[in-house]
Design a protein around this ligand. Structure first.
Ligand SMILES: [Ca+2]
Ligand SMILES: [Ca+2]
Ligand SMILES: [Ca+2]
Ligand SMILES: [Ca+2]
Length: 431
């Protein structure tokens, strides 16, 4: 019951290569088209379990059905059965008898290999012929990447679609299902990484793995999958593996070069290839400190281009906040504060600014979350890389009070009581 699916997978990979989704051997840009549906069930030894999908829609929808035995922590999984097309049409059906001693929790997963075969399905479950479960009109999706040359310990981790243009923000809340060369499932994870990305540690060294990426929300857009070899080879100890950095063009080590014309990385901090003060890792994977979850790539950061992130806070002392609000309008609003600032930062050439990607200007990104509450004029617009919700902006008064309460040493330049802090050069801000 596996042959049809294996065949469609091979054909699909040919199609993947054909439309260029395989960007390199270290990164891929799949569009999941939906979530990897999964649910946990309890099965008892001796029971014969049947699961079958049906009523697939649209006509191109093609389920793959998998059954995993869970360990007590629901983490490490062992696939006990899977099926591609044994149901009606492209639907799936499997029957499995629980062996002696294997009573316990099992995960049932339904996915596609390509966005083009995602859709909705219904499914029933029987135990010894008695109907015990029914799911109707559930979404499923998933897109596959072929990951060659995997060493045990390597990280397979998702990232966001870069938000450099007014575009679909891409898939959010990522899932990863890892399959071995025989297409057997070896591990599955719901969002477990920074900003609800997904990270899987390769369990063993192998010629290749198949990785199915899913997305719980905002399913229309793509995500990125990175094969990060850092745990095995990271010469500059920045959290990005040598092979990954080689592929994306950032500094691998001090003997490396970056940009065009090539410049030696000796004069650069190899952990910060574009010398903008944000590390290569943070620009690609985001910041994941306690209480600080910053998907910088989604907000437009590039490890090969200078970026400035500015938090916009409201000074409650301004007598007419709406005047200020009117100045923080959407990108491109003529002569607004935001646009004038953006134009100033966008002035220099790539050579003058030493941007490794060869693109002029410094990219300026504004965190405007809550800076101007209830303002009818403030809009984030469609370009999240210009205006984004970093979750940290506020009125300057509140933020400074927070810092005082938290006994942090960072100085503030606004808000009472003045006696409790010095007037420093840093503006108030929580991120
Ligand atoms: Ca590195
Ligand atoms: Ca680096
Ligand atoms: Ca940087
Ligand atoms: Ca940058």
């Amino acid at each position: 019951m596996r042959t049809k699916n294996a065949l469609s997978l091979v054909l699909g990979v040919v199609a993947l290569v054909g439309w260029g989704a395989v960007a390199s051997a270290q990164s891929w840009n799949p569009t999941p088209g939906g979530p990897i549906f999964n649910t946990v069930r309890y099965y008892s030894a001796g029971q014969t379990v049947t699961l079958e999908t049906y009523s697939l829609a649209p006509a191109t929808a093609d389920t793959t059905l998998r059954l995993f035995r869970l360990n007590i922590t629901f983490g490490i999984i062992n696939e006990v059965a899977w099926d591609g097309d044994s149901g009606t049409g492209y639907a799936s059906k499997l029957t499995w008898t629980v062996p002696a001693g294997q009573s316990g929790y099992y995960r049932v997963a339904v996915h596609s290999f390509f966005a083009s075969s995602a859709g909705t399905f219904s499914m029933y479950e029987t135990k010894n012929g008695t109907l015990t479960g029914l799911w109707t009109h559930k979404e499923f999706g998933g897109a596959v990447a072929y990951v060659p040359g995997v060493t045990a310990g390597d990280l397979l981790q998702t990232g966001f679609q870069p938000g450099l243009q007014p575009i679909d923000p891409g898939a959010l809340n990522h899932q990863l299902l890892v399959l071995d060369p025989n297409l057997d499932g070896v591990t599955f994870t719901a969002p477990n990484g920074p900003s609800n990305t997904a990270v899987v540690v390769a369990p063993s060294t192998t010629s290749h793995l198949w990785v199915v990426a899913g997305a719980l929300d905002n399913v229309s857009g793509p995500l990125w999958l990175f094969h990060n070899d850092a745990p095995n080879m990271d010469s500059d100890i920045d959290g990005l593996g040598d092979n990954l950095e080689q592929a994306i063009g950032t500094c691998v080590s001090q003997s490396d070069t970056v940009g065009s014309p090539p410049q030696t990385c000796v004069t650069r901090r190899t952990k910060d290839s574009d010398l903008d003060g944000i590390s290569d890792y943070d620009e690609l994977m985001g910041v994941d400190n306690p209480g600080e979850d910053l998907p910088l790539r989604r907000w437009g950061a590039s490890p090969l281009h200078k970026d400035v992130f500015a938090e916009v806070d409201l000074d409650p002392g301004v007598p007419a906040p709406f005047v200020l609000a009117n100045q923080w309008n959407d990108a491109g609003a003529p002569n607004s504060f935001a646009t004038r600032l953006w134009e100033g930062y966008n002035d220099g050439t790539a050579t003058e600014l030493d941007n490794p990607d060869g693109i002029d200007g410094i990219h300026l990104h504004f965190d405007v979350k809550g800076a101007l509450p209830n303002s009818p004029w403030l809009k984030k617009g469609t370009n999240e890389a210009f205006f984004f919700d970093g979750g940290g902006s506020n009125t300057a008064l509140d933020v400074c009070s927070d810092y005082t309460a938290m006994s942090l040493s960072r100085t503030c330049d606004a808000g009472p009581p003045a006696s409790s802090r010095s007037h420093g050069s840093l503006p108030c801000g929580s991120d």
